[in-house]
Design a protein around this ligand. Structure first.
Ligand SMILES: [Zn+2]
Length: 141
């Protein structure tokens, strides 16, 4: 099932029952397991909000660059939707982005804080300890 989400603007694909793949986000698109929890939706929606903020900021900066530098074509603005994906390749950025998204989930489901800290410590190749991950999420609550 596909549905539109008003805020942050997103297209949400809800997988069929029995499809156990993880939730994920790419740009304004979210894919979630069947009957997603509010905490999962908060996590992925937070990534969508991050994507919109970075895309709009990058688009504005690239447009200003194109206007200010005649050699730069305005088409460079088309790169903006991919900037967050590039930023996620930077380990410190990805760690902070995931910690914020897990904090969004933990605000709704605080009982999952340790589960989220473990996921952040083991699922993203951050090189951070469980305690560091728990502290990073708590700092962003
Ligand atoms: Zn995430």
């Amino acid at each position: 099932m596909i549905r539109a989400q008003a805020w942050p603007p997103a297209i949400v694909y809800i997988r069929d029952p029995g499809d156990r793949r993880w939730a994920k986000q790419r740009g304004p698109f979210i894919a979630v397991p069947y009957a997603p929890s509010a905490a999962i939706m908060a996590h992925e929606s937070h990534h969508v909000a991050q994507w919109w903020a970075i895309t709009l900021a990058a688009g504005a900066a690239l447009a200003a660059l194109a206007v200010g530098v005649p050699a730069v074509p305005l088409a460079v603005v088309g790169v903006a939707p991919g900037v967050m994906g590039l930023c996620m390749l930077i380990p410190a950025f990805r760690f902070a982005a995931e910690a914020r998204a897990y904090a969004a989930g933990a605000r709704i489901a605080p009982e999952l804080l340790d589960v989220y800290a473990r996921a952040l410590a083991t699922g993203y190749d951050t090189g951070r300890s469980l305690d560091e991950c728990r502290a990073a999420i708590i700092a962003r609550l």
